[in-house]
Design a protein around this ligand. Structure first.
Ligand code: UD1
Ligand code: MG
Length: 454
């Protein structure tokens, strides 16, 4: 039996922010979400999260997760945070995994291996540890004759203890029935005047309990976010890992230094990502695509295969196979661009469908529109979807094989029926029937110039 406790109540003072530390985002996903996603595959009975600083915001975020929340109204340290959750484990006879909520780089496999290690070694208290080149700020693992006898927080370390490179990662697994008594014995007579969870280790040693540690193979996983610098480093490491994985899977990343892709993205082989591209959240891209340079994709987005997206921005939309997007296209929320479609230069599409083989190649706004197949949208066509007097938005429908002339305005709600055409420069306010030409502009007059000779 395993129950997991995530500590997420701390103030995050060192970030100097109005936002709770664990809600700061890496690739548009809060640090706490990375931590919870890392725990999702463990075989456990319950996940509880300790909330305190800005608890309302944290709980709002946690609604999407199957977790219990526990309040730590005054934040008196990590040991105190666990004490606040003790009622959850009253008669519990299994293992409790405690995880700091500010360590988003720990991989699911590592947590799984750590819990297995705890069980196999039959420890009463296990610690995840790491050897760091620069251990500044972390709790040091103090050993005597190769046995762990305690953890010393950086601020409480002697000069000699500061030279210890092995640190506490902030992930612990313990047998509740053996350890619970120690929580009540924690004291706050230390540099930060807090109840440190880490002091439990010395207590357990004095009780003769078995303490073991599991050393991280990749020290980068240890990184806890305490400062803006840490946050930047987490971003960089998540990105590095994600790009490495993509390249292993057959994706060409022309310049890893200037390319940012969330580990949540899934990209098919033989797709090339050009420099200056930023892809975040759930994004799926097929094979043989060309994305970038200088392209931003904010998921959830799905892109098919053989599609080109150049110097453009795409958000919460889908794009089919063999499409050609950009340069300088803006595909906004709720758009569906079907196969072989073209969305060209300075074209903005919002909440609209663009059907198979249709093209809006230049300078258009397509909003709340249903554009069916093989439609040609002339340069400068605007769908006027918003009524400024009623505040309502309405739909424009353009049926198969229809076309709009350059600089036409379609005042929604309006329909251009199949095979119909809109004359250039028209302001269309009435439906145009099948295969008819709608002309809605002043007729051109030719007048003799004053003083001109015939
Ligand atoms: C902690 C460890 C340190 C370890 C490091 C790893 C302690 C005393 N120290 O230090 O040994 O090397 O993590 O990153 O545990 N929190 C609460 N309530 C509180 C205080 C903190 O829930 O009252 C939460 C925070 O939100 C955070 C986590 O506990 O997610 C760790 O707290 P933090 O202040 O970041 O501890 P560190 O100084 O990093
Ligand atoms: Mg920390």
């Amino acid at each position: 039996m395993l129950k997991t406790l995530v500590l997420a109540a701390g103030r995050g003072t060192r970030l100097k922010s109005n936002t709770a530390k664990i809600l700061h985002k890496v690739f548009d996903k809060p640090i706490l979400a990375w931590v919870l996603d890392g725990l999702a595959d463990l075989d456990q009975d319950e996940i509880a999260v300790v909330c305190g600083h800005q608890a309302d915001d944290v709980k709002d975020f946690l609604h999407a997760y199957p977790v219990t929340t526990v309040d730590q109204e005054i934040q008196m340290g990590t040991g105190h945070a666990v004490m606040c959750a003790a009622h959850l484990f009253e008669d519990f006879e299994g293992s409790v995994l405690v995880v700091n909520g500010d360590s988003p780089l720990i991989r699911p496999d590592t947590l799984n291996d750590f819990v297995n290690y705890h069980r196999q070694s039959e420890s009463q208290l296990s610690l995840l540890t790491s050897n760091l080149e620069d251990p500044t700020g972390y709790g040091r693992i103090v050993k005597r004759n190769n046995s762990i006898i305690g953890i010393k927080e950086h601020k409480d370390c002697s000069e000699a203890e500061k030279t210890i490179k092995e640190v506490n990662v902030g992930v612990y697994c313990f047998e509740w029935q053996f350890i619970k008594e120690g929580l009540g014995k924690l004291k706050s007579n230390n540099a930060q005047e807090e109840f440190y969870l880490t002091d439990l280790v010395e207590w357990a040693y004095c009780q003769g309990l078995s303490i073991n540690n599991y050393l991280l193979a990749d020290p980068n996983e240890a990184l806890g976010v305490n400062t803006r610098e840490d946050l930047a480093l987490v971003y960089k490491l998540k990105n590095k890992h994600s790009l490495e994985q993509l390249m292993i899977n057959g994706v060409t990343i022309v310049d890893p230094e200037s390319t940012w892709i969330s580990p949540d993205a899934d990209i098919g082989p033989d797709t090339t990502i050009f420099p200056g591209t930023y892809i975040q959240r759930r994004v799926s891209i097929g094979s043989n695509c060309s994305i970038g340079p200088h392209t931003v994709i904010n998921g959830p987005v799905e892109i098919g295969s053989n599609t080109i997206v150049t110097q453009s921005q795409v958000a919460r939309s889908s794009i089919g196979d063999n499409c050609n997007i950009g340069p300088y296209a803006h595909i906004r929320d709720g758009s569906d661009i079907r196969s072989f479609a073209r969305v060209g230069c300075y074209v903005e599409v919002k909440n609209s469908n663009i059907g198979d083989g249709s093209a809006a190649a230049h300078l258009s706004y397509i909003g709340d529109a249903e554009i069916k197949s093989n439609v040609n949208i002339g340069a400068g066509t605007i769908t006027a979807n918003f009524n400024a007097f009623t505040g309502e938005k309405s739909q424009t429908v353009i049926c198969n094989n229809a076309s709009t002339g350059a600089n036409s305005v379609l005042v929604a709600p309006v329909t251009v029926e199949e095979g119909a055409s809109v004359a250039a420069g028209s302001v269309v306010t009435k439906d145009i029937p099948e295969k008819m030409l709608g002309i809605a502009r002043p007729r051109q007059e030719i007048k003799r110039l004053p003083g001109a000779r015939v």
